[in-house]
Design a protein around this ligand. Structure first.
Ligand code: PLP
Length: 414
């Protein structure tokens, strides 16, 4: 396939919403502050003459194939955001001195489109992804953009690729917005030029086979994130350093790492997912705990939604599948690994699970720690699912797949 040229098209219309670039956060010249923002009305669509065959849903894995088209935009300090283009998916040519290659100025998002029973594709709380992407871009001094305009273009792309949205349970069309700096040169300065693209991948379950519980190794020698660091942003550079330690954990027989931080080795994240722990209380109630957003935790859309659902659980708005009189104390607080061990030893560690867009919710069945093959046992339930994990996962999926009407599920419309 022919490489896609990355030169920004000549762009003369300055009438769209201007990009406001704050002088504090960006080293752009103030004269460039009235640049064209992303303008969906300027979209050009070049359809792919060779459409690929859509695989059978049972053949789908996570994130291995792509659809026929992609959305592409470029930013330059001279012309602002280019006219958006939906065009055939294909490789791009990049200058070897580009900022993204030399200094990792890459950010991304992960969202999913689900096919509703009414034949309308739907997104799940996409405003939260757009807001997070904007924060990630700002963190790396990449150009700002109009989130609603980008969302409109994503919906358009999803509609064009509608035939790729799998309808089988647990399957969806994964959406990967990506932005990277294309300024050339070795100076460590903000990337004045950038490319924003959105690609799509029909996906089956993140962890293949039936949803099975995964095992973790609690890592205290290597840190994923730290206060004041970048762990709270979806930057590509957060992931590379986790690959070696995860490979080593796999050699010890564990699927993922339980990231810890601090003198007390408190819980961070579960691989690339937000962590939740369910602790039994003496009065029969349950404490549902997740680490607080202290800069070391990625503010996940799924995390946010699990907190919303569990906090609302009551006789008036129960989570289906849970007793209406079950009292849940939902808290964001640090959980030292020693506390987890203590709860486990007294038979009160009911559940541990990870949540995120890709896998939705995955139960954890054992956590290795230390050198001597010591393990924390978790009560769980059938297939590793305790009652909270099971009910919350089902409720989330019912909302995402629009089987249960909810304002979180946003239809893609023309
Ligand atoms: C993306 C991500 C999550 C999950 O966020 P969602 O918005 O729920 O998909 C959790 N942790 C890390 C490190 C992530 O990158």
């Amino acid at each position: 396939m022919a490489p896609v040229a990355l030169e920004t098209p000549v762009h003369t219309n300055g009438a769209s919403t201007p990009v406001s670039i704050s002088k504090k956060a960006h080293a752009f010249d103030p004269a460039t502050q009235q640049l064209p923002n992303i303008d969906p009305s300027k979209l050009t669509i070049k359809l792919n003459p060779e459409l690929a065959a859509v695989p059978a849903p049972e053949k789908l894995t996570f994130g291995t194939i792509h659809t026929d088209h992609m959305l592409l935009l470029t930013f330059s300090p001279e012309s602002g955001w280019s006219a958006p283009s939906i065009q055939p998916y294909g490789p791009m040519s990049i200058d070897p001195m580009a900022s993204c290659i030399q200094y990792a100025t890459n950010i991304f998002e992960g969202m999913k489109a689900y096919m509703g029973a009414d034949g309308k594709p739907r997104l799940f709380r996409p405003d939260l992804n757009m807001a997070r992407m904007k924060r990630s871009a700002d963190k790396l001094a990449l150009p700002p953009f109009d989130e609603q305009a980008l969302l409109k273009l994503i919906k358009k792309l999803v509609l064009i690729e509608k035939r790729w949205i799998p309808t089988a349970p647990g399957c969806s069309l994964y959406i990967r917005p990506t932005m990277f700096g294309t300024r050339t040169g070795f100076g460590v300065t903000p990337s004045t030029h950038a490319t924003l693209l959105v690609i799509l991948s029909p996906s089956g379950p993140y962890f293949p086979g039936v949803v099975r519980p995964i095992s973790l190794y609690a890592e205290s020698r290597v840190r994923r994130a730290w206060p004041g660091g970048t762990g709270g942003f979806k930057l590509a550079l957060n992931y590379a350093p986790t690959l070696g330690p995860t490979r080593d954990a796999a050699k010890m027989g564990y699927d993922q790492i339980l990231w810890l931080f601090g003198e007390d080795d408190h819980l961070g994240e579960v691989g690339q997912m937000n962590a939740f722990v369910v602790l039994k209380q003496d009065d029969g109630s349950l404490e549902v705990v997740t680490p607080p957003l202290d800069g070391t935790i990625l503010p996940g859309v799924t995390r946010h939604s699990v907190l919303d659902l569990t906090r609302a659980h009551s006789a008036e708005s129960p989570i289906p599948g849970l007793p209406t009189d079950l009292v849940l104390h939902v808290v964001e607080r640090d959980i030292p690994i020693a506390e987890l061990i203590k709860y486990s030893e007294t038979g009160k560690l009911a559940e541990v699970f990870g949540v995120g867009t890709a896998a939705v919710l995955v139960p954890i069945n054992r956590i290795g720690y230390g050198e001597e093959g010591k393990e924390i046992k978790i009560e769980g339930g059938a297939n590793g699912f305790g009652p909270i994990a099971k009910a919350v996962r089902e409720e989330l999926m019912a909302i995402q797949e629009a089987r249960r009407p909810n304002a979180w599920s946003v239809p893609c419309e023309e």
